[in-house]
Design a protein around this ligand. Structure first.
Ligand code: NAP
Length: 311
């Protein structure tokens, strides 16, 4: 049997992402000891019932003490407070990383608290579902998904390689980029689609009083596909909006311009413009399937049992 990569991995936050990490760490034997910490006794109790770790505490300092890898998986707006809390207990030479969906803001919040002898490497696994909490996690969540690191100028290459090896062992593909670029890319591929979904589902919900239950009854016509995104965790998405404000506003401005173009084409009966756009967008979906980031199943997401691989 090969040696575990780390002696003690501390997971601060044990929701969808933290608990998926706990499960894959265990399955792949990546740590001798998994120390779990979360702020509420209820979530901690659930993590313990699920047997996600080897030790459990609501005191994050206790969990990170002696850990050679610390992974912070809390809403991005809380990452500064968590970094401040755990900083005095971090072991010299430890790797400290996070999984937050925004990077510029997380670095600004966490970095000032990180001791000089700790390797702070911000990260973001592009993997998730609309579910939250420790029950929602599963070991295959990161399989064939990207994990993006946004290293700092003084990041130690050996520490970055060790963390990359860890995420590869969790099933991920690795990319690195600077934080500002990450935040721009994610604004378009993730944040904007969620905001659009929240908006359209909100609009339909407002209309529901007029149409009674028809929105739900006929939802398979398209609406349903937005509701999955719009069911995502409100705390997480509130924080993403507040913490990637500039990039999101820039993308929303672009989106509004393009929507006005579409509105104009419909108003003037410009079928060619509509057809050209819809042909272009269809090709985008084909390339996503070719890249292995979606399965080519008609009516995707409905026939398949949710996460048959869930452990
Ligand atoms: P989650 O399932 O809601 O779990 C959140 C965890 O953070 C819980 O352990 C919760 O503790 C803890 N927490 C919540 N508020 C806190 C606070 N103010 N201070 C300290 N701890 C707090 O969330 P998640 O989906 O795992 O997301 C965690 C991080 O991953 C977020 O930064 C998110 O941006 C990022 N991310 C999420 C996805 C996704 O699709 N969900 C994908 C990639 C990255 P209690 O339950 O004990 O209160």
């Amino acid at each position: 049997m090969t040696e575990p990569m780390f002696d003690r991995i501390a997971l601060v936050g044990i929701g969808l992402i933290g608990s998926s990490l706990a499960r894959v760490i265990r399955r792949e034997g990546l740590a001798r000891h998994i120390a779990i910490s979360t702020r509420s006794p209820q979530t901690l109790k659930r993590a313990e019932e699920l047997g996600l770790g080897d030790s459990y505490s609501t005191d994050a300092k206790e969990a990170v003490r002696g850990a050679d890898l610390v992974i912070v998986s809390v809403p991005v707006g809380s990452s500064g407070a968590v970094a401040e809390e755990i900083a005095p207990a971090l072991r010299p030479g430890a790797i400290l990383t996070d999984v937050g969906s925004t990077k510029g803001s997380v670095i600004a919040q966490m970095q000032p608290h990180v001791p000089a002898d700790v390797h702070f490497i911000p990260g973001h696994p592009l993997a998730g579902t609309e579910k939250s909490g420790p029950d929602a996690g599963f070991a295959d969540l990161f399989q064939n998904r990207w994990c993006i690191f946004t290293p700092l100028p003084d990041t130690d290459p050996a520490a970055l390689e060790k963390l990359s090896a860890f995420w590869r062992a969790c099933g991920s593909n690795i990319d690195t980029m600077d934080a500002a670029h990450h935040d721009k890319v994610l604004a378009i591929v993730s944040h904007l689609p969620h905001i659009i979904a929240y908006n359209i589902v909100g609009t339909a919900d407002d209309l529901e009083a007029v149409t009674e239950s028809e929105v739900i009854k006929y939802s398979a016509s398209g609406f349903r596909d937005f509701t999955r995104l719009a069911a995502s965790d409100p705390t997480m998405w509130r924080d993403v909006c507040l913490h990637n404000k500039d990039a999101i506003l820039e993308m929303l401005a672009r989106f509004s311009e393009d929507l006005a173009f579409l509105q104009r084409a419909i108003r003037w009966g410009d079928g060619d413009k509509l057809f050209d756009l819809f042909t272009r967008t269809r090709a985008v979906r084909r390339s996503i399937i070719e890249a292995g980031q979606e399965v080519d199943v008609p009516d995707f997401g409905r026939q398949v049992v949710a996460h048959p691989e869930k452990s």
